[in-house]
Design a protein around this ligand. Structure first.
Ligand SMILES: Cc1cc2nc3c(=O)[nH]c(=O)nc-3n(C[C@H](O)[C@H](O)[C@H](O)COP(=O)(O)O)c2cc1C
Length: 515
């Protein structure tokens, strides 16, 4: 249930977080077997609504992926109104179906952004003013048909502006994208851990959205603070099953929308995802406890700057040494998103310090988001296990983003530990580098309340998505991974003492691309 004061009841987050940790013991004591007959449909489909197909003859931006992901955002000035064609391009490269693969049992449709289990539980909705080629309305993005279905006619942006306590980027956006998560679609495989996946899987989509939005010349911003009930009501979603997770402002206009139209309840059939759905109440409790209402959204907008985390004194610091601008791979963002696909097997081959430095530097130059008040601020810290990077001593490292330096925490061959930490999978043992995201949740929850948990997971997903793009821009491979929570924090301690493991991305040479 959503209660207006629960955002400050931090026990709710700790209960969810601790209750969904993986460990060597937990995966053995609580094994989960997949019910393939009941696998959820990968798409949300409103069968009674007509679909307006989106065009695919995109104008190439010519902007390199490495520059698009590093750009902290186009200035929000003047009139930046996406056309129908530009909106189509934005949606395709954020969350469209980019590949399909036939398997003996059927066909799988892969999307622009990586997603846990390829289950694609994040849905996108568009709320826009009149655009060249598209009437004002509330639309659902149908990835299956690559089209839009209109849920409401007319300009409804005022509802979102009010729901965000007048976030300035939302107020001046001709196009507002709302991302929701559908619990069952991911919980079929991952049970209660799915609420973390909402952040990761929404984050990888937003990494693409930030990059393609920027390449198209639009101002972009991620917004996490909003009244949940108002947004869910606008979309007409059943909040027991599907919930708004983030908002994305695209473009800029100086004209603000008029009064908010009255909302009638939306009663629209949706094609069932499975024969039966299993409910995991822990996620709904976490969602309710991190929901905002009324004055809480105003307080979110008034937040104080992030207090920088304390740093330790290390002994060995290595400067990042990225590839020279003139030598940087220039593949356009569209090409890189189109060829991205998680590495299924790494070759045990080294990557260069320049490649690693370029990935880390480009992916961490800042995210335009309402939970990051200052440019360059970040909720998550990056810790590395370096298995095989030319001229870098194998070992555990901490990234000092401000100084663009890696600090050696401990030297050693940690391949087998990396494999163990990444849920006993081969990928982290074989990868050249493992990038772990750890966050001081005590500090984050203290500042933001439970909503900070959503922000921390989402930010890790965005940064992880950027790591993917930075790797693929250099024709390297990457994969997101899950992990043994406390073992990760212990591995990087004492440096990481008190922090929580949030996410993991592995980097290296895909075995396929070397063949
Ligand atoms: C947050 C996240 C966690 C993931 N965890 C794993 C994992 O533990 N093991 C694995 O083999 N792949 C993992 N993947 C990769 C997904 O399986 C992959 O993204 C999905 O199958 C879609 O394929 P694609 O990325 O090639 O488009 C993860 C991806 C993401 C985004």
């Amino acid at each position: 249930m959503t209660t207006s004061m629960s955002n400050r009841d931090l026990d709710a987050t700790w209960k969810y977080h601790n209750g969904t940790k993986h460990s060597y013991t937990s995966v053995r004591v609580h094994p989960h077997f997949l019910d393939w007959e009941n696998k959820p449909l990968l798409f949300k489909i409103y069968p009674t609504l007509e679909v307006a197909r989106l065009p695919k003859d995109f104008r190439q931006t010519g902007v390199s992926a490495l520059s698009a992901i590093a750009n902290p955002g186009v200035a929000a000035v003047g009139e930046q109104i996406p056309t129908f064609e530009e909106l189509a391009q934005f949606l395709y490269f954020s969350a469209g179906v980019t590949k399909s693969k036939k398997f003996p049992g059927g066909e799988t449709f892969f999307r622009a952004a990586a997603c846990t289990g390829a289950l694609y539980e994040i849905e996108l909705y568009i709320v826009c003013q009149d655009l060249p080629g598209l009437a004002a309305g509330v639309y659902h993005f149908g990835a299956a048909e690559f089209g839009l279905r209109q849920l409401r006619a007319g300009d409804h942006r005022r509802h979102i502006i009010e729901a965000t306590a007048i976030d300035s980027s939302v107020a001046n956006s001709p196009v507002i994208v709302i991302c929701t998560g559908i619990y069952w679609r991911n919980a079929w495989k991952y049970r209660s851990r799915t609420y973390r996946h909402f952040g990761w899987d929404n984050g990888t989509i937003l990494a693409n959205a930030l990059a393609i939005g920027t390449a198209l010349g639009f101002s972009t911003r991620v917004v996490v603070g909003f009244s949940d009930d108002r947004i869910n009501t606008l979309l007409g979603v059943d909040a027991q099953k599907e919930v708004a997770f983030s908002i994305f402002a695209l473009g800029h206009t100086s004209e603000l929308p008029g009064a908010a139209p009255t909302l009638t309840p939306l009663v629209l059939p949706v094609v069932p995802y499975s024969n039966q759905e299993v409910d995991y109440p822990a996620m709904r409790q976490m969602h309710g406890a991190s929901s905002l209402a009324g004055d809480e959204v105003n307080r979110w907008r008034e937040r104080r700057p992030l207090v920088p985390a304390a740093t330790t004194k290390g002994t060995l610091f290595i400067d990042l040494d990225p590839i020279d601008a003139a030598e940087l791979p220039a593949d356009a963002i569209e090409q890189v998103i189109q060829r991205r696909g998680s590495t299924r097997k790494f070759a045990r081959e080294p990557i260069s310090v320049a490649q690693l430095s370029t990935i880390l530097d480009r992916a961490t130059r800042g995210i335009a988001a309402d939970f990051l008040p200052e440019p360059g601020a970040q909720l998550n810290d990056l810790y590395l296990i370096v298995n095989d990077v030319d001229s870098l001593t194998p070992g555990a490292y901490f990234l000092h983003r401000d100084k663009k330096q890696l600090e050696l925490l401990k030297e050693g061959d940690f391949r087998s530990q990396a494999g163990f930490l990444g849920l006993e999978q081969e990928l982290p043992a074989d990868a050249s580098v493992n990038v772990f995201f750890l966050a001081d949740l005590h500090r984050i929850l203290g500042m933001f309340g439970n909503r900070g948990y959503r922000a921390a997971q989402l930010e890790a997903g965005v940064l992880g998505g950027k790591l993917y793009l930075a790797a693929y821009a250099q024709k390297l491979g990457a994969s997101g991974l899950t992990f043994y929570d406390d073992d990760v924090a212990n591995f990087f301690s004492p440096h990481a003492k008190g922090k929580s493991a949030i996410f993991l991305v592995t980097l290296g040479h895909s075995r396929q691309s070397l063949m």
